[in-house]
Ligand binder design. Structure first.
Ligand SMILES: Cc1cc2nc3c(=O)[nH]c(=O)nc-3n(C[C@H](O)[C@H](O)[C@H](O)COP(=O)(O)OP(=O)(O)OC[C@H]3O[C@@H](n4cnc5c(N)ncnc54)[C@H](O)[C@@H]3O)c2cc1C
Length: 800
């Protein structure tokens, strides 16, 4: 074996399927001088015992794209490397035994069509033909996806490592990284005992050990392991009867928490049980390698009973083993990748949520491209590690939440569904008041967010149809228009930018003109060099050298990272002051009257997008004349310790309450774009209709890319004709029988008594002008098409 080098361009830590894929793709992209360090042997962590299932139909375009690439790659790798991956296209069959599940799987079929994937809705009889061993008396429908399949996970990792070696990657087994080194805050090398390998970039792909390895450099990687189970049986006559070489499709019976496939003439039956077992890392031996966890039949028994009901032939089966292996999960059940926000040059990928084999090819390529380009080369927002703040890496929160994440893997993703565990981590300064007012909260990014009022009774039961809260939210929407409604926006990120170069710096960072008068507010975007939107924010000028940025909830980590990268020689300090202030939206025609009633001093006459100091009861803060709803009103900014005093004064003066569902409905009617929905790193201001907010000529980041930018894509408002259409997100839009776009945000419109949406169209009909309304569009929701019209104007102006 060759000796460890003392320098490498890139060191990849971890020789599981993820580390092997990143190394392979880095080399394939032309990067040289790459070293992979594996503590034990390749695949010895989680990869070797995975079930190897690969499903193409996923809830988002990004995931589907990554997995499609994986499948293509796994099909080709043998030709390239001589190492088979075991890719077998068996198809998959997903059962529904209740109407909610049937809607959900039909929704996935519709989404799949938007990405060019064909899947078929079938009945119980056809399901039984496809999987003859199952009982189908309770099956009310199923989806047959012929393009799905399976691989042999170890072989995939070995083929990738072989391909990497052939391109010059050096792989060292039995080589544990024991420390990480930094110089001036940037990663500079890895320690293997006394030996140091200096490196320009380090990649952590250590599976469930990643969080601890990242901590060696002071980086956050919020993931936590759970025990994950499947049984393997000895050969079964019913499987052997299929014939030599024949396979069953993968079976997904999510209502029973099960998946199954044939395995060496027997069966493999696994589960995502509703009450999963978390796995503290310190309970694993230090030399855990090709190891498994203890069998736990008491835990698996309820799943076994479900399996026996679905596959009666299992009664006769001899169980070879109950395999229990560790796998790591994240707080929002999406994997993570990207450059550490805390440590430049340190790249992180993990928390694969039991889809690491399926994702490895595509996500490994995306990670490699990101490392080389210095920024994502494709839409990766939902997996971007910058969505996690350090607060989300608190071990107590992970330990409490992660078993629930595994337990809900097969839940129906009804709108309004929220996690029950790790609640109350981040509470608004006016939280107690909202509780007393009957708020129903959802947990978002660690924050408790009031989504509507009226409590549980207005929330349950959850469904894909008309939500239980529709009437309650109607009253809140009305209050936001004609009354004075409190909308708690305290979770919004707040970043103070100070220093002699604050104005110049922000003019470079942000697309709009930042040299505004003190007391003014600018609406703007931060762009990447490709002209894509990285953040959507408002900026207040408090002094010659002092600005306050109000950014999206959960965007602070991302924005601060970009600010650090953009700062260069500008003399500025950027400070996260999110926890220091509450933001109370006060929306509606009576907002000024109510605000005045709280105060002994006159409320200043404010023009739009101006702010000024105000007194609110016993509290002092400042009011900005703008709103997230598009209705008349203010945003009130109050130091956290006085926020309850202000809140109480507002309630005393007659303010009512509204939640996120009400503000979401009004936002969409007003045509306001939101980051993560209409605005993403792959969407430019011209596509989003935001050119009016770009100060061309000020050399802002991304300006050059916009100059040559030609795109037919466009955000539009969309109104359904049929009140029965209940879209959620991502639904495909058809025109002339062809997919022409997707929904980006949707809500019930109380103005039109129908669903309203914003949508990204890939091309607009020729000659469409701003005021035009065009009919003839159809949106497919759960395999049913609903007619709709579109306009470039906000819905509330276009569709009167
Ligand atoms: C029972 C079960 C069934 C599954 N079924 C599927 C499936 O059907 N489909 C699917 O897509 N996914 C499935 N998964 C998930 C999949 O197996 C994982 O997501 C994937 O293997 C994770 O790969 P990884 O490379 O991130 O982690 P690992 O395979 O664990 O690799 C990490 C490597 O890092 C090494 N390492 C750790 N610390 C250090 C250090 N300090 N220095 C050097 N090296 C270090 C470890 O030794 C290990 O080899 C399943 C998981 C389980 C448990």
């Amino acid at each position: 074996m060759s000796t460890l080098p003392s320098h490498a361009r890139t060191v990849v830590i971890g020789g599981g399927v993820i580390g092997c894929s990143i190394a392979y793709h880095l080399a394939r992209e032309g990067r040289t001088d790459i070293v992979v360090l594996e503590r034990s042997k390749l695949t010895s962590g989680t990869t070797w015992h995975a079930a190897g299932l690969v499903r193409r139909l996923r809830p988002s375009a990004t995931l589907t794209k990554l997995i499609n690439y994986s499948i293509d790659l796994y099909g080709e790798l043998e030709r390239e490397t001589g190492q088979a991956t075991g890719w077998t296209q068996t198809g998959s069959l997903t059962l529904a035994t209740n109407p909610g599940r049937l809607t959900n799987i039909k929704r996935q079929v519709s989404l799949g069509r938007a990405f060019g994937l064909e899947a078929e809705v079938v009945d119980g009889a056809r399901a039984k033909e496809l999987w003859p061993l199952i009982e189908t008396d309770d099956v009310i429908g199923a989806v047959w996806s012929p393009a799905d399949g399976r691989v042999n996970p170890s072989d995939v990792a070995l083929a990738l490592s072989k391909g990497a070696r052939a391109r010059g990657v050096q792989i060292f087994e039995d080589t544990a990284v024991t420390g990480l080194q930094k110089k001036a805050g940037r990663i500079s090398g890895v320690e293997v005992g006394d030996h140091v390998i200096e490196a320009d970039e380090v990649v952590i792909a250590c599976g469930l050990w990643s969080r601890e390895v990242a901590a060696m450099a002071g980086a956050h990687m919020p993931l936590y392991a759970c025990e994950h189970f499947y049984i393997l049986t000895k050969p079964l006559a019913e499987v052997q009867a299929l014939g030599k070489g024949a396979h069953l499709p993968t079976l997904n019976d999510q209502d029973a928490f099960l998946y199954a496939r044939d395995d060496v003439e027997g069966l493999l039956v696994g589960c995502f049980e509703p009450h999963a077992k978390g796995l503290p890392l310190d309970s694993l031996p230090k030399d855990f390698s090709f190891d498994l966890l203890a069998e736990d039949w008491d835990h698996f028994m309820p799943m076994m009973e479900n399996a026996l009901r679905r596959i009666p032939a299992l009664e006769q089966a001899e169980v070879r083993m109950l395999l229990n292996g560790p796998e790591s999960f994240t707080l929002d059940s999406q994997f993570m990748l990207g450059e550490s926000p805390e440590v430049p040059g340190l790249f992180l990928m993990g928390g694969m949520n039991s889809t690491g084999i399926a994702l490895a090819g595509g996500a490994g390529k995306a990670m490699a491209e990101w490392i080389i380009a210095g920024e994502p080369t494709m839409e990766l927002n939902e997996a971007d590690i910058r969505r996690f703040s350090p607060e989300m890496n608190v071990l107590g929160a992970l330990k409490a939440r992660i078993p629930e994440v595994l337990g809900r893997h097969y839940d129906n993703p009804f709108p309004g569904r929220s996690m029950d565990t790790a609640r109350g981590q981040r509470r608004s300064p006016i939280h107690a008041g909202l509780v007393a007012a009957g708020a129903r909260f959802e947990s978002r990014g660690g924050w408790e967010r009031a989504v509507h009022f009226g409590g549980e009774a207005a929330h349950l039961p959850l469904s894909f149809g008309v939500p239980a809260w529709r009437d309650q939210v109607a009253a809140e929407v009305e209050a936001c228009r004609s009354g004075a409604a409190i909308l708690d926006q305290s979770a919004f990120g707040k970043i103070m930018v100070q220093g002699p170069d604050a104005c110049d710096f922000l003019n470079h960072l942000c697309a709009a003109q930042m040299d505004i008068a003190e007391g003014r507010i600018a609406y703007t975007q931060i762009l990447n060099t490709r002209g894509g939107v990285e953040s959507d924010l408002t900026v207040q000028r408090h002094g010659l050298d002092t600005y306050l940025l109000i950014v999206g909830a959960g965007e602070v980590v991302r924005d601060l990272k970009r600010m650090r990268e953009t700062r260069g020689d500008f003399r500025v300090e950027c400070t996260d002051v999110t926890s220091g202030y509450a933001i109370i939206g006060l929306a509606g025609a009576k907002a000024r009257e109510v605000l005045q009633a709280t105060s002994n001093t006159p409320v200043p006459e404010l023009k739009r997008f101006h702010f000024a100091p105000v007194e609110i009861g016993l509290a002092r803060g400042w009011a900005g004349r703008l709103s997230f709803t598009g209705e008349e009103g203010y945003e009130l900014y109050i130091p956290s310790d006085m926020a309850m005093a202000a809140y109480e004064a507002l309630v005393e003066a007659g303010a009512s309450h509204a939640g996120l569902y009400a503000s979401g409905s009004l936002r969409i009617e007003s045509g306001f774009r939101a980051f993560g929905h209409e605005l993403t790193p792959g969407t430019t201001p011209p596509e989003a209709g935001l050119c009016a907010f770009c100060a061309f000529g000020t050399s802002f980041v991304g300006e050059a890319a916009l100059k040559d930018h030609v795109s037919k894509r466009q955000i539009v408002s969309l109104l359904f004709d049929d009140p029965d259409a209940i879209p959620i997100h991502d639904e495909p839009i058809y025109f002339d029988g062809k997919v022409v776009g997707q929904i980006t945000s949707a809500a019930w419109s109380y103005r039109f008594d129908r669903s309203v949406a914003l949508a990204m169209l890939t091309s607009l009909p020729e000659g469409l002008k701003d005021g035009d309304v065009i009919s003839g569009f159809e949106v497919e929701i759960a395999c049913t098409r609903y007619s709709a019209r579109i306009s470039r104007k906000p819905a509330k102006e276009a569709f009167q």
